[in-house]
Write a protein that binds this ligand. Structure first.
Ligand code: SAM
Length: 259
């Protein structure tokens, strides 16, 4: 079975201009009234969740484990005439990729990426990210609502069919297997069809360690973060409570350096 992030072309088939504009509006709402001129996304992937920031005047940096995803991100940035500084790195070991003295206004992990590591590793990953945040800066994380997924033992996640430029219709179905050890495998089945006949299938498996809100917020507080704000994703949907949203984000402020 192939690996999803080796097929950044397939991963990106859900992306379109409308989603890009939604993400841009999301960031406008998240950053409103906040001093964020530089942002590092440590799981930038192909850039879907953070490339629009470069259009909002933020100096964007990104790292990721996957070479093909970074390559795709670079191509997309070039196509839009945007600038992004990309490095290959595991977010469990960020020190080498970004000089220790580089202090970003915000360090982010986007796209539900932290649950790729176990709950036990989360405090150390946040600490790695924290080292790159300037005093008074921010940590930002967006996630699927794992509390809700675990409560409902949700198994199926269906996407609307997508009509691709070449007239092919793509369907994506996810089936989630909940394991006895608490981890969850997402089985992703992509089918490509023309005139109601499937002509190509692609199957991928992604293994996650559900990350509950309490664990994340507790770890941020222990790192000294304050003004921790939860917002639904996208954040401009003010009326949707993050606790009941399908996807939400957390923005937390690092304390100013004491004199
Ligand atoms: C669902 S994708 C999200 C990508 C992008 N943020 C987006 O929203 O499109 C998850 C990303 O996390 C990356 N990833 C997984 N484990 C990682 C790790 N330990 N360090 C850095 N990146 C990692 C994958 O390579 C992949 O690009």
């Amino acid at each position: 079975m192939g690996k999803l992030y080796d097929r950044a072309d397939i991963y990106d088939l859900l992306e379109n201009e409308q989603r890009y504009q939604i993400v841009k509006r999301h960031w406008e709402r998240v950053l409103r009234g906040r001093q964020v001129q530089t942002l590092l996304d440590v799981s930038i992937g192909s850039g879907n969740q953070t490339l629009p920031l470069a259009e909002l005047g933020v100096r964007l940096y990104g790292s990721d484990l996957s070479g093909p995803m970074l390559e795709r991100c670079k191509e997309k940035a070039e196509r839009r005439g945007l600038s992004v500084d990309l490095r290959r790195s595991d977010f469990r070991r960020l020190d080498g990729a970004f000089e220790a003295d580089k202090a970003f206004d915000c360090v982010a992990s986007t796209g539900n990426s932290l649950p790729y590591v176990t709950n036990g590793e989360i405090p150390a990953v946040l600490a790695q990210m924290d080292r790159l945040v300037r005093p008074g800066g921010y940590l930002y994380i967006d996630l699927r609502n794992w509390d809700r997924i675990l409560e409902t033992k949700q198994r199926f996640y269906l996407y609307n069919p997508t009509l691709l430029n070449n007239g092919v219709r793509m369907n994506l179905v996810q089936v989630w297997d909940h394991h006895a050890d608490g981890s969850v495998t997402f089985n992703l089945l992509y089918t490509f069809e023309r005139e109601n006949r499937i002509m190509q299938k692609e199957i991928f498996e992604e293994h996650y360690h559900p990350l509950k809100r309490e664990l994340l917020l507790g770890a941020l507080e222990r790192l000294g973060y304050r003004e921790i704000e939860l917002m639904c994703f996208p954040a401009f949907l003010d009326s949707v409570k993050p606790e009941s949203a399908e996807w939400y984000c957390v923005l937390a402020r690092k304390q100013e350096a004491s004199i």
